[in-house]
Design a protein around this ligand. Structure first.
Ligand SMILES: Nc1ncnc2c1ncn2[C@@H]1O[C@H](COP(=O)(O)OP(=O)(O)OP(=O)(O)O)[C@@H](O)[C@H]1O
Ligand SMILES: O=c1ccn([C@@H]2O[C@H](COP(=O)(O)O)[C@@H](O)[C@H]2O)c(=O)[nH]1
Ligand SMILES: [Mg+2]
Length: 231
């Protein structure tokens, strides 16, 4: 849908139509996901995409909530979309559940199609995509299927010890919030996420934010990034 909303800021360029709904994809997983969907209305504006990266417990979701409140973005947490698939008993639910339990990464086509659907069904055109891409393969799949690169990338840089403490105190009943899975998630993060961060650093889209401090302290570092974009 991506209809223009009244509060839309110059964050969004209207010069180039998005390829989001035009991409053809031959992956099997994609086909089964896409078979449920309707043919989307051509988008009227190019969405503004922010990727929000950082290790487990670095505070991505917490800061996204504050960005939504102040700057009117739509928050799309890739992990939440996958947990919703599990809860809805979808065909992929059990595979997704075991992948999350092991702290591994769900196949890119599954995650990208869930993100795509979420973006297409939104009236907004400013998105925070939280916890994605987690690997170069994720990143390339997004570019291939969605036909877009992010406008901005945030990276919440947090020491491991602090991340472990936060996750163990989170208390939201997540199957992966236990010490064994956290260790695996941190290993995967170290192995696969750094190349993504380095890539965006080279493209000068990356904003690295020290994620130690209070939630408000950290948001003080986040706010100017979006305030500058709105000018
Ligand atoms: N700056 C902070 N100081 C202390 N605790 C924090 C801070 N930011 C977030 N938290 C808490 O840490 C926990 C993890 O935060 P959050 O869920 O935002 O992290 P996340 O990066 O989204 O993690 P995940 O990748 O596991 O989803 C939550 O319980 C949250 O309330
Ligand atoms: O793009 C993604 C996002 C998430 N996962 C899996 O989900 C869990 C939890 O993700 P959070 O971002 O911490 O909510 C993650 O450890 C992965 O197993 C994924 O595979 N791909
Ligand atoms: Mg989160």
């Amino acid at each position: 849908m991506w209809r223009r909303v009244a509060s839309l800021s110059p964050l969004v360029s209207r010069s180039k139509p998005s390829k989001l709904s035009q991409e053809a994809c031959t992956f099997k997983v994609w086909e089964s996901f896409s078979s449920e969907s309707h043919i989307p209305t051509p988008p009227k504006v190019t969405p503004f995409i922010t990727f929000v990266l950082g290790g487990p417990g670095s505070g991505k979701g917490t800061q996204c909530a504050k960005i939504v409140e102040e700057f009117g973005f739509t928050h799309i947490s890739a992990g939440d979309l996958l947990r919703r698939e599990i809860a809805s008993n979808s065909a992929y639910g059990s595979v997704i559940l075991s992948t999350i339990r092991e702290g591994k990464i769900v196949p890119s086509q599954v995650t990208v199609q869930l993100i795509r659907k979420e973006m297409e069904s939104s009236d907004n055109d400013k998105f925070l995509i939280d916890g994605f891409p987690r690997s170069e393969e994720n990143r390339e799949a997004f570019e291939q299927i969605i036909g877009r690169e992010p406008n901005v990338v945030l990276f919440f840089d947090c020491p491991e010890q602090e991340m472990v403490k936060r996750v163990l105190n989170r208390n939201q009943g997540r199957v992966d919030d236990n010490i064994d899975t956290i260790k695996k998630r941190l290993e995967i993060f170290d192995e696969l996420n750094w190349p993504v961060i380095n890539h965006y650093s080279k493209t000068r889209k990356l904003h690295k934010i020290n994620a130690v401090g209070t939630v408000d302290d950290i948001f003080e570092k986040v706010r100017p990034i979006f305030a500058a974009l709105s000018k």
